[in-house]
Design a protein around this ligand. Structure first.
Ligand SMILES: CC(C)(COP(=O)(O)OP(=O)(O)OC[C@H]1O[C@@H](n2cnc3c(N)ncnc32)[C@H](O)[C@@H]1OP(=O)(O)O)[C@@H](O)C(=O)NCCC(=O)NCCS
Length: 214
């Protein structure tokens, strides 16, 4: 089981990241899917997606959960029946979950790709990136900002939330590994802690509300 990383963020928040290189048969062993998830699984055409989906059930098992402990909102947001917060991500052969015993949590893994340069203006003020040394640095930074906004979207989950207008990610240095972000939407102003790490051309970002928000 190639567990890439376990991060104990705090007493009640924890992240696990998996590099999926097992076969579907190997991953299916010992996994019992709920009716809802079995139906979804049966409809998945991509072998990588099926393996990622199964690997996440192994990540759940690390925390003592089985697939039946999980349910999804109509919008697709995952919840645990015991009230513990969870967020799920998969990108190519990497998958991860974040568990929050007391707070909402969000997580996102993205592959670092130059394609992000073309869509950056849709989710962040692009002039903020002019001082960066080279294209690679811009791609890395934009991927972190995108991952932060996706993580916050997974927590906040309001359909009208605009990545560009309603979410601000505070500038950061790569070595910091963390920053903050604020959602300002209608009557809400909520601040979040953002952490990020990079591995094998991928970026993982996770988020949770800063103390005092909730
Ligand atoms: C739903 C969304 C957040 C998923 O992110 P993604 O990068 O495509 O995919 P990821 O693998 O990281 O995440 C998928 C997981 O997110 C979770 N998810 C899906 N919908 C969700 C929602 N509404 N809220 C929280 N989590 C959600 C699920 O657990 C899903 O995995 P699973 O169904 O296998 O359990 C994304 O598709 C989305 O809609 N983003 C907002 C789009 C947007 O506003 N863009 C603005 C561009 S400027």
């Amino acid at each position: 089981m190639p567990l890439l990383k376990t991060i104990a963020v705090s007493h009640h928040i924890s992240v696990v990241i998996w590099k999926v290189d097992e076969t579907e048969e190997e991953l299916a062993q010992g996994i019992q899917l709920s009716h809802h998830c079995q139906t979804r699984f049966n409809g998945m055409k991509s072998g990588m997606h099926r393996r990622a989906f199964l690997s996440i059930r192994h990540l759940l098992a690390i925390y003592g959960y089985v697939d039946d402990d999980l349910y999804y909102s109509e919008a697709g947001k995952p919840h645990l029946k015991d009230g513990t917060h969870i967020s799920i991500t998969h990108s190519h052969n990497f998958t991860a979950i974040i568990i929050g015993k007391q707070q909402e949590v969000g997580i996102d893994i993205e592959m670092q790709r130059e394609k992000i340069l073309r869509i950056a203006h849709k989710f962040t003020p692009v002039n903020e990136y002019r001082t960066l040394a080279n294209t690679e640095a811009v791609v890395r930074k934009l991927t972190i900002v995108w991952g932060a906004k996706e993580s916050l979207y997974k927590i906040y989950g309001q359909k009208g939330l605009s990545f560009l207008r309603h979410i601000n990610v505070t500038d950061f240095l790569f070595d910091d590994g963390r920053t903050t972000a604020t959602i300002q939407y209608e009557m809400d102003t909520i601040s979040y802690q953002i952490s990020f790490l990079e591995f094998e051309g991928f970026t993982c970002v996770y988020a949770f509300p800063l103390d005092g928000n909730e």
